[in-house]
Write a protein that binds this ligand. Sequence first.
Ligand code: ADP
Ligand code: MG
Length: 613
Amino acid sequence: MKRQAGQILIGGGVYALALCLSAGTVKLALFVAAYLICGGDVLWRSAKNLRKGEWLDENFLMSLATVGAFVIGEYPEAVAVMLFYQTGEFFLHWALHRSRRSVRALLELQPDTVLVRREGDWRHVPAQSVEPGEVFRVKPGERTALDAVIQSGQSLVDTSALTGESLPKQATPGEELFAGVIVLDGELELKALRPYAASAVAKILELVENASAKKTPTERFITRFARWYTPAVVAAAVLTAFVPPLIWPDALLKVWVYRALIFLVISCPCALVLSVPLGFFGGIGAAARRGILIKGSNSLEGLAKGSVMVFDKTGTLTQGRFSVSAVYPAEGFSKQQLLEIAAYAESASSHPLAQAIVQAYGKEIDRSRISQVHEKAGAGVWARIDGREVFAGRKDASDAAALAFAVPPQQAHTEVFVTVDGHAAGVLALADTVKKDAAAAIAGLKTLAFDQTVMLTGDRAETAASVAQQTGVEQVYASLLPADKVRIVEELLNNKRPGTAVLFAGDGINDAPVLARADVGIAMGALGSDAAIEAADVVLTDDQLSKIPQAVALSRFTLHIVKQNIWFSLLVKAAVMALGVLGMANLWEAVFADVGVAVLAVLNSLRPLVYKK
Ligand code: ADP
Ligand code: MG
């Protein structure tokens, strides 16, 4: 950029000097010098591209237009076009650089130094040098530099930069804090969990920076568009230059060549090329600020087109934090025995139901009693415990004998059936609560004109109906196996309105196939879990469902701006082309319009960054 500034200044100086001189060889020589200083690199680039066979770009258009101007003797115009073009490019690059930096700054939340304990002293060291397991201190008002767990101290912490959650919360020892959290009113001693570069924030930053690299349908459209646009423009320019002088005897070749050159200059697609990715980048950055990680501009476009929203139940619409509320042993088992068998069977599972059962049991698990554990996603667990065959899971996955076991009537609880050697041992009833903002989120989607909201669950129909009633989800499919979930999402994909998208939100644990199958997969609260970040297109850093309508609204706004830019630049260009052909605009006015459109489009594409609600 410094070199470009020098080019503009020196070239501009030589140009001014040439303008002052009276006509002659010196004047012409100075024009040529100024032209080469300003436009030498453009000529060089178009020559290079010509050799590679990709000659139809803005470098080529600019070179053709200015060389043409020289040929017809419009020397000052030729230099002015290059000078303006370079100035505009300079300004655009500057704006682009600034806006990229401001997106980065929004997300650059990790301090570089840490007060860490080493060999008994507290020392300030570069955060990059801190290893997992080291203990560091954060004072009130500072940000945490690494993902860490609190060892001592307590404080209100502000996680808004990461999660978008504006209310500070009280953090106490044992709690994990991500890097980038502001400690408000107390000093904390924390133990680092991950190296600096592996922290959740560093991953978000990487995600956002790479996100705009993926091409969206809109961007692909522009590439396709440019492929016929530039040749069409060159052809139109050739026709403009030579046809009128052939047809009308009093049309001057020089005038029409000049008009054709205007046509070429204005046809540069730089505004589109720059502003489209920048617009997506702004939208993705603004979403990241709200705790919504969008993995690519194609996912952003998908969100914006959403018309069907599908939710998983457990951990998505509900908190996924179960507690055992009742234990119904079959004959021959006590409540305690039933709970023990179930806890042993579930001890290796990471399913929320399993964790609740192990927690309710509360005692140490003696692993030597368990062998041959086998879990089937969405069905349950089989294990050999003390030499007996134990099953814990859904009713229809258990043995026939267990089906005969009568469960006392109860409210909408999730049931886990337990059998031992093929005989019923009893049933555990577990309760889960619906997320606070679930109903608001679904109402929000309806205001955004979604056609359908759907819930998929492997749980039984009664529980599903109760959750649907509390949240307002319109359609419910219960007692599903993981494969059924994929099948239903495929049906929804087939039946959606053309041009719209099916979004699926799941907790990312056993929904990976569905997350991948939907147009846009949204994973819940999975920050730090690589698996979910891999499978999903969008990750919500906290579990809040209300982020979904927010993400959709922001994406629609971003896409709206991108389209606005496309139409705006095409219309202005068409207008100036027409004026040029009619002889009502000159060359440097055309450059001015071209650069002006590009700058406006770039500024417009920053609007998602300041988008509110
Ligand atoms: P959801 O569709 O609500 O996310 P899952 O697909 O994870 O639920 O599980 C569906 C059903 O399968 C659960 O309601 C439960 O009855 C049973 N199940 C799945 N995994 C387990 C497990 N580890 N222990 C007990 N039951 C399980
Ligand atoms: Mg689930």
